[in-house]
Design a protein around this ligand. Sequence first.
Ligand code: ADP
Ligand code: MG
Length: 727
Amino acid sequence: MSRSIPAVLKRDTTFKRESGQVPGVDENTGGLSGLFAPERVAVIGATESDGSIGRAITQNLQDDFAGETVPVNPKYDDVLGLDCYPDIESVPGELNLAVIVVPPSIAVDAVRQCGEADVQNVVVITAGFGETGSEGASREQELTEVAEEYGLNLVGPNSLGVMSTPTGLNATFGPENALSGSISFMSQSGAFITAVLDWANDEGIGFKDVVSLGNKAVLDETDFVNAWGDDPDTDVILGYLEGVENGGEFIDAARETTDDTPIVMVKSGRTEAGAQAVSSHTGTLAGSEQAYEAGLEQAGVLRVENVQELFDFAQILSGQPVPDSDDVAIVTNAGGPGVMTTDAVGDSNLSLASFTDETLAELSEEMPDEANIYNPIDAIGDADIERFEKALDIALADENVGCAVVLSAPTAVLDYDQLAEAVTDLQAEHGKPVAAVLMGGERTQSAKEKLSEGGIPNYFDPARAVRSLDALSRYRTISQRDYDEPAQFDVDRERAAEILARADERGDNRLGVEAMDLLDAYGIPTPEGTIAEDPEEAVAAAQDIQGEVVMKIVSPDILHKSDIGGVKVGVAPEDVYDAYEDLVTRARNYQPDAEILGVQVQEMVDLDSGTETIIGMNRDPQFGPLLLFGLGGIFVEILEDTETRVAPVSEREASEMVEGIRSAPLLRGARGRDPADREAIVESLQRLSQLVTDFPAILELDVNPLVAGPDGVQAVDVRLTVDTDEL
Ligand code: ADP
Ligand code: MG
């Protein structure tokens, strides 16, 4: 079971942070150094029983751990030849970490004893907590409380454990230790860790720290992002997550970390999109999957779909520098695969480099006449190592080249080991990222190892090589992006609070156009409008507005007013009285018990020169307020052309939402139409962002339509749901 730890696979990478930090010092690992680099570890529940977890952990620690392992169990005097203590209190000297493997009924007590004995870091392997029903859930609650009382860094419960290769720490019950490397890996599934390690060990992929998050009763993904972001020995953070505990905190932590440490994540499983009934358009359009997509993107996380990409990206990010430009050179001895690679480049954000005249001149001098010297460079099938090496050297020297794919089919005149060596040397010499596609079976094995020593991944499939280079380029963009703080507008917060409080007074948590003033209080423009409670009032209101008006039924029970004929556009002054009665009659026919608050009489908004858009918010259980922008009106759900972001949004993010929808060209003015005032939309989104951030009581809200004209926007409809307990 014991395996020696081979040479560190860690590479120097150009994007790594400047650091004068000393590993192992608390500030550098976000206060978790005692967890990953302890000197003495207690195993509470250590035993020699065959097949037990208590034995596996003690054995794993004994095999590779550079520090001291201290078994704790009242039943034994020694375990696996180590002195065993009856309880944590009787262990002499300082302990940095306790691993808890006792049965669930006594696990919380064991943690409390750790707190009493001043052991700061605890890993609870024991299962039978929140994952098992209500008794387990209350036990987990207790566990969290004890951990908080003593300020413990607690991993788990229901965790496989933690690993850290610099000290050989393997406090898990998995069958294998990890190889050393610079990837730190967290996983919500312990089983996934054992599977990954088994595979990674064969692939020669190494890790710095590994943590099985378990039920995340205390420490969660955000804590590890913070810790590893500050850890000079972690070059890449990987995560396999089923959910994010606190989306907002996670975004903040990740945003800061991804400046100099890339984060790559698989997010699996679906979360319940919250218990609240979804009644808004935004609610149906912006589910929890959108929240993850938006949140992880805003956080700068490279989200991947599968495990292969997780490690493809991890390897290239830890092994290669980021490219200065996105222009790829392809160097090959095989035409067909060269075309495949070119296609893959076309599918990515990268582009095919166009060589300078000097490069072309040099290539034509060095290559045979039959070779193709334009990108992709085809050195043709009889290319030997010298020709291949020359071609790559010339390509990498070209200032128009940001990165390269070296692509080769096996031939009798080419030795893969030599090629691997040449590629590794040239990559190091030119400092540009390279991905290799030395195609073949068994014969590629030793070449692959050579490349890997140089931090260069090798793939069979050219598309994987291109996607990996693409990930490097995406990470460059992420690491360079500036985060601007969300704007704070001067708003009337008190008035907004009063309007929201009406929901409570009325005993209904839904508000409609009668809450239009809420938008006004936050500076989102609305047309003039009044709620009339009888036909006479409606006539008077219409007189104030002058000209034709729009009339709408006002009832919390009627969500989509026009569906029941509850909206009349272009009502002439003389028709207002009858229109009032007609609207109320229709509503009564539709739903006899509907509560009717009256009829809104609203100024007409010019729809001919404007575009109906929607701005809205739906509160996600993990990420909080999720803003939505799209084309609006009555076809919004059919069009499904929307962009989402987690609020609060910066101006840049709001503007990305507006420019990001498929129909954005429409807003820029198509077919002779005047362009819409996009700045006004962007500002309305920012103001809405501020509103929903200021009032967590707003569960969902949409403004549909927000009419975007050439000179500003008008919100003509609003609907929201309020959590009256939060008011
Ligand atoms: P609902 O969405 O409940 O059916 P709206 O208030 O959004 O009710 O009205 C439905 C449609 O009527 C809008 O999408 C818009 O096309 C039109 N409309 C509503 N108010 C106005 C207005 N003030 N000026 C012009 N058209 C309007
Ligand atoms: Mg509407």
